[in-house]
Design a protein around this ligand. Structure first.
Ligand SMILES: Nc1ncnc2c1ncn2[C@@H]1O[C@H](COP(=O)(O)OP(=O)(O)OP(=O)(O)O)[C@@H](O)[C@H]1O
Length: 232
């Protein structure tokens, strides 16, 4: 199996801009191996979120290849249809955004279990497995004691930890995080970052994370810096 879970080759993404087009991602190539982390830094408007959106199948690039290598398959994310993209986001690609976007009325455990229900109602034995995995991941993110608390009652840092656990529920090959700590104070932000990087290592997941904090980027295994959409 290819060790790189994500391989981008010569990716270009442009957006319409008045009469012309603006180049948001300019010929970017990168790869991230399982269990490793890649930090993407760069000033505001340098294309970080656009690059992540391509890897997340939320945007189709103009050109280039975006290979996702999973234990079962190798697929070019730049060429999947919407339905397959949605399937991959449920099973192979976990995403953590700036805000945790949790369902307030659910408990932390239910929040994770709900992920497994997106693919259809699981059987009774599958439900037991889902609960075990949810509880395992809540332990991993240090919230084992809070499994039955409603997420509305959790702090910002705790909510972001639930979001990390939720993104890992489908046992993804690739975990993408877009400034996941920007809404947190620096102490809980650093804790969530260490958690993301550590969990990716332990669970064998490839992690690509966006940050404009150089200190956080230093914690990742590798780093690229974007300026005007290009790696410099
Ligand atoms: N939907 C869009 N339509 C048109 N232009 C866009 C769109 N999204 C982003 N852009 C432009 O693409 C470029 C890259 O934007 P992007 O949001 O990817 O940068 P970023 O590095 O993530 O910025 P920030 O750190 O501020 O979030 C910018 O010039 C931006 O104005």
């Amino acid at each position: 199996m290819n060790r790189s879970a994500l391989q981008m080759e010569s990716v270009v993404l442009t957006y319409p801009d008045g009469e012309g087009r603006v180049t948001a991602v300019d010929d970017v190539s990168l790869s991230v191996e399982r269990g490793r982390s890649l930090a993407v830094t760069g000033p505001s408007g340098s294309g970080k979120s656009s690059l992540l959106a391509v890897a997340a199948t939320l945007t189709t690039p103009d050109s280039g290849q975006v290979w996702l290598n999973t234990p079962d398959t190798r697929v070019d994310l730049a060429r999947v249809d919407r339905r397959r993209a949605a399937e991959l986001r449920r099973s192979e690609i976990g995403i953590v955004f700036q805000q945790a976007n949790l369902i307030e009325s659910l408990t932390a455990r239910e929040q994770l279990e709900a992920m497994a229900w997106l693919g259809g109602r699981p059987s009774r034995s599958a439900r037991a497995d889902v609960r075990r995995r949810a509880d395992h991941l809540l332990d991993v993110v240090g919230l084992g004691h809070a499994a039955e608390r409603s997420v509305g009652a959790l702090s910002g840092g705790q909510r972001q930890r639930v979001a990390v656990a939720r993104a890992l529920m489908g046992q993804p090959s690739l975990l993408l995080a877009d400034e996941p700590t920007s809404a947190l104070d620096s102490e809980s932000g650093a804790a969530v970052m260490d958690l993301l990087i550590g969990t990716a290592r332990e669970e064998g997941v490839a992690l690509m994370l966006i940050t404009h904090d150089a200190g956080i980027a230093d914690r990742a295994d590798a780093r690229i810096h974007l300026v005007d959409g290009a790696v410099v």
